[in-house]
Design a protein around this ligand. Structure first.
Ligand code: HEC
Length: 161
């Protein structure tokens, strides 16, 4: 009796395994949130965590320099960097990717630059975080110059301060 039950179950598994002609269903990813929504609400604020973390302003009151001081401050920089790196995966998903070539390369370049900044934040090196912020900015720009066209307001949110 027990043997028979096992056989029936096995047969069912084999039938499912071999019989189906449909493509295997992956995780139910959603790309309802557009590239523009990700840019405005995820990439831009994440980049700001990186870009605003270290700076120097010289005015009539003298030189004012700031950089992350506490563990909490450094966590914010790491958050910004890793969010950008992971955002690259979201950008290259089917439904968001504009093509399978340059778009993917430009997204991956952003991820690589962001992970270098992440490492600098882990090492708690403010000068390196500052310098690598520039490299990240270039990767944003490189994509925008190709794919973000016909927008008079282009660039308004980036590098505005
Ligand atoms: C792989 C290409 C790509 C990369 C990399 C990229 N962007 Fe974008 N970005 C776009 C495109 C395309 C648009 C225009 C979206 C639209 O209007 O449909 C855009 C638009 C934007 C906008 C305007 C959103 C709005 O409200 O209209 C902001 C802000 C922005 N990007 C920030 C960034 C920042 C910051 C980075 C880098 C950290 C970055 N982007 C990297 C492709 C990219």
């Amino acid at each position: 009796m027990r043997t028979r039950v096992v056989c029936v179950v096995l047969t069912a598994v084999i039938a499912v395994g071999c019989g189906g002609t449909e493509a295997p269903a992956g995780p139910p990813f959603s790309t309802d949130r557009s590239v523009q929504m990700l840019m405005a609400n995820m990439l831009d604020p994440a980049a700001d965590l990186l870009w605003d973390a270290v700076g120097t302003v010289v005015d009539e009151n003298g030189e004012n320099h700031w950089q992350p001081e506490t563990e909490e401050d450094w966590l914010q920089v790491r958050l910004g960097a890793i969010a950008l790196a992971e955002a690259a995966n979201l950008l290259i998903m089917e439904g968001r990717a504009r093509d399978q070539g340059q778009w993917v390369e430009l997204s991956q370049a952003m991820a690589d630059a962001a992970m270098e900044a992440f490492a600098a934040a882990e090492a708690e090196d403010p000068q390196l975080v500052f310098d690598l912020g520039e490299s990240v900015y270039e990767t944003c720009n490189n994509c925008h110059s190709v794919y973000w066209v016909d927008d008079a307001d282009r660039g308004r949110a980036i590098g505005s301060d």
